[in-house]
Ligand binder design. Sequence first.
Ligand code: CA
Length: 325
Amino acid sequence: MKKLLMLSFVMAFVAIALPCKAATFTDDFNDGNADGWNFVNPGWSVEDGTLKQYGSGGALALFENGPFTDQTVETDFKLGFPGWAAGFSLWYQGYQNRVEVNVLANWGTININEFKDVVETTRSYPVSGLTPNTWYKLKVVANSANGEIAVYLDNVHLFTDVVSTPNRSGYTGLIINDSYERGVYFDNFSLMTSVCANPGWTCSDWNVCQGDGTQVRTCTVDPECASAVTSTPAISQSCTYTPPQCIASDWQCSDWGICKLNRTQTRTCSKTTNCEGGVAQPAITKSCRPICTLLNIINLWRQENPRLPNYGILDQLLRACQAGR
Ligand SMILES: [Ca+2]
């Protein structure tokens, strides 16, 4: 008895401690069969690697795995006629208890239909520019905890509806509404039992533009969403580099040279970075007073003249130096 209690305690702990792992189901219909699908109505077939519905209004094809609560469900779809509607049935517990996400191309809306017992509630959201015979990707992120149903078309978030039905567990299916004679096609169905943002990546802001005209960012994916992610967001892009303004410390200057006979001394200054504008180059000349000894004056003279000064010039230079001229 004691052993059994211990075992149940351990099992309960494991159930709480383990993160809820997402499972992913996909069908691209390229195997030519519809294994895993339960056709509630006639008119479904697999043709040319797609699931086709032909001639059965209000038809439903249920995915056999399930029931599901939280889910991210995707399908490509193509309408043969603009008046047709295609989409998902979610949390299906029977025709009287389910939620439908319906793309009504001809009406220019996506409708959310809630069926709760005999009550049907419909909310319409606008969608524009859908044309027949064109593939679109419909994605729905259904959160059973808060009833949010986020709807994406071609990976663009269109709206998030909130359902009120408490029935938020059931089977997932593909639906069409209104039947004419040109077929509705589905392909690349995917169902992930987790609520992932689009498309599951979280990216940092771009860093500042570097001198080589590129900037980078980092992106991470929620491990539970990883199986749903098909492409990696760009982590590098080109940008227009704007050099920073110069500050005082961007300049480096040599020591001042000796004080010359013309009473100036000079130095050189250069930028140590690729800054532009801002603090200008520091002064590279300044006035000074040379040391007025005969020896220093001769030395200074010799730096600019090949020969020694004659006595007259030397006397003149000495007087000028002493007079500060
Ligand atoms: Ca296919």
